[in-house]
Design a protein around this ligand. Sequence first.
Ligand code: ADP
Length: 270
Amino acid sequence: ESTVRLRVLVARLGTRFVMLLAEDRTEAHRLDEVRRDFVANISHELKTPIASVSLLAEALDQAADEPERVRRFAGRLSVEANRLAHITSEVIELSRLQARDALRPDELVDIDDVVAAAVDQNRVVATAKGVDVAMRASTKATVYGDRALMIVAVHNLVANAIAYSNEGGRVGIGANVVGDTVEIAVTDQGIGMDAEELERVFERFYRVDQARSRNTGGSGLGLSIVKHTVQNHGGDVRVWSQPGRGSTFMIRLPIAETPADAASAETVEH
Ligand code: ADP
C-alpha cells in the first residue's frame, strides 16, 4: 500500500514540477518576445532618421553653390540629428530602468521640488504654443528614490499634456497627499484618447497616430519611462481620457514622511 501511496505522491509532485516548468518556459518565451520586439522597434525607429541624415548630407553636397538651399538642408539635418539623440537617450534610459528590478531608496526626494522642476523645463515650449500651465504643489511630502528620474517622469507627462493640447489650451499640474501616498496629476484639455488607445499608451513605442505624433517629435517611449520609473519607486500611474475632451495622468507614490510625521517629530524635539 505504501508503494502505491508513494507513487501517487511522486505523480503529484511530478505534475506540479512539470507545470512550474511549463510556466517558466512561457514567461521566458514572453520575455524573449518582448525583447525581440523592442530591438525590432528600435531598429525601425532609428532607420528613418538615419536615412534622412544620409539623404540630406548628399543633398547638401550637391547644393554647395546655393546658400539658401544649404541653410534649409542644414536646418533639417539638425532636426534629424536631434531626433536621433532624443530616441537614443530614451532607449538608454528605458533599458536602465528595466534592468533594475527595484530601486534602492537612496535619496529623500521633495515632491514639490520635483513638480516645480518638471514644469520649469516645459515653460518655453508651453509659451511658444500659447498653452497656459497652472501648477499647485505644496504637499511638503517626501518620497524615497531618485530625484532625477522622478523629474523625468513628471516632465514627460507635462510635455505630453502640452504637446497634445490645442494652441491656447490649458494644462494643470497638482500634487496632493492622500493617506500615505502622494498623487501628482497632470490634466489637459487637448485631443484625448479613446478606450482602445488608452489601453496601449504605456506600451513601448506606442503612438496613437504615427503621423501626428511624429510631428510632435515623440518616440513613443515617454510613457513607458514614466511607468517603469513609477513602478521602480513602488508606485503606479493611471490615466483617464476622453477623445476631444482631454486627459489626466496620475502618478501615485508612497510617501517617506508625511507633513504630519514631520510636525510631530518637531514637537517631540522641543
Ligand atoms: P510620444 O513620445 O509619442 O509622446 P509617449 O509614450 O509619451 O510617446 O505617448 C504615447 C502616445 O500616447 C502618444 O504618441 C500619444 O498618441 C498618446 N498620448 C500621450 N499623452 C497624451 C495626452 N496627454 N493626450 C493625448 N494623447 C496622449
